[in-house]
Design a protein. Structure first.
Length: 383
């Protein structure tokens, strides 16, 4: 880093950048809700962690006496003597021995955060479904996969300056990617880079045998976001591709279909809440005590040759479609949005075989070993 100085108000911006990494739960070490601030000659650094993910941002500042103290990560207000900065976890170094490294564009990192990490299930311990699987099956590409067991999003992106090989079953926490994106965007702003100019920034990803790190730096600011690798086995997701060549392709307009599906999800919830209240009242009148949660409301959106029709509310749109299947409307909306983002066009493909088979939404050339995207959405039961 050079000797350019940062503005006097640099600290609030640095705290904001690392805020997503601080502990936010009600239980756990209170000090993890703080961020550690260090002034050292001509630089200032801020670190925050919840022990699973961590971030340190270093920026140039006018020279001042060395100092370290804690601030509340949510407000940036110094905590005084409430907590001892010497007890803050030592998370400012990458744990383990590096085994692989590659460079990607920031726009691709953001796509992973927006469309892959978001389909994980952090509350499900089965098969480490709370993480994103990282693979590099073909030289020059990196594939990242997220799933909650009912839907799956996979993206293959171009990587350059790649060295080493990503170990099998490398799983990184889903929230890590969104937090890293926020940190880099905030740091870029501190560095004077406007939001619309961030797509072509490049970030370095380092994988070790225990952890991973995403790095970005300008001449005045440097970001290092770190996470522990998740222990556990990721599902054998490529087995889901065995029926990929079956079915019929339908071209749909992503913006329209996503909007319709989100309307269905929203309206169905309103209707479900109203009918649950009626369910409780009617049973009470009949002398039966029931809870709202016992009411089972129809769910899903049905695709057929007539187009789509909601099962939980009054909503239908007519258009030509081949195949019949019932899907979760929110899953469809997320999948078509992601496919359109990776394809760079609003017209995306839905491959449907029958009401019992997975629906595929491909974009680009992921299946051929190149950059691209694939969503797999499992059907819902008809009853």
């Amino acid at each position: 880093m050079n000797t350019a100085t940062a503005p006097a108000s640099i600290l609030p911006a640095l705290v904001k950048a690392v805020r997503p990494f601080a502990f936010k739960g009600r239980r756990g070490p209170l000090a993890l809700r703080d961020a550690l601030v260090r002034h050292d000659g001509g630089s200032a650094s801020v670190t925050a962690t919840d022990l699973d993910i961590a971030c340190t941002i270093v920026a140039c500042e006018p020279a001042r006496d060395p100092e370290r103290y804690l601030v509340d990560a949510a407000s940036g207000v110094p905590v005084g003597d409430a907590h001892d900065p010497a007890e803050f976890p030592a998370v400012d170094r990458l744990d383990g021995s590096p085994v692989a490294q590659f460079v990607i564009y920031f726009r691709d990192l953001k796509r992973i955060a927006d469309h892959i990490a978001t389909v994980t299930d952090p509350d499900n311990g089965r098969y480490a479904l709370g993480g994103v699987l990282v693979e590099n099956p073909v030289a020059g590409t990196v594939t990242m996969v997220g799933t909650n067991g009912r839907r799956l999003h996979a993206a293959s992106i171009d990587a350059f300056d790649a060295t080493g090989e990503v170990p099998e079953n490398t799983i990184l926490p889903g929230p890590f990617f969104a937090a890293a994106v926020k940190a880099v965007k905030a740091a870029a702003t501190v560095s004077g880079i406007k939001s619309r100019q961030t797509d072509n920034l490049i970030a370095t990803v380092v994988i070790t045998d225990k952890a991973a790190q995403i790095e970005w730096a300008s001449s005045t600011v440097a970001v290092a976001a770190r996470c522990k690798r998740i222990d556990g086995r990721f599902p054998r997701w490529r087995e889901c591709l065995r029926d990929y060549d079956a079915g019929t392709d339908n071209t749909v307009l992503a913006a329209d279909l996503a909007g319709h599906c989100r309307t269905i999800a929203r309206e169905s919830k309103i209707v479900a809440d109203l009918r649950a209240d009626v369910f409780v009242r009617e049973n009470a009148t009949a002398g039966r005590k029931v809870k709202r949660g016992q009411y089972q409301h129809p769910r899903g959106v049905q695709f057929s040759r007539d187009g789509i029709e909601a099962r939980g509310c009054e909503f239908a749109r007519r258009f030509a479609f081949s195949g019949t299947v019932i899907l979760d409307p929110e899953y469809v909306a997320d999948a078509v949005d992601a496919a359109a983002e990776f394809a760079g066009t609003d017209a995306v493909t839905m491959r449907v075989e029958n009401e019992l088979s997975a629906v595929y939404l491909p974009a680009g050339s992921l299946m051929a070993g190149g950059p691209g995207f694939l969503a797999i959405v499992m059907p819902m039961a008809a009853d």
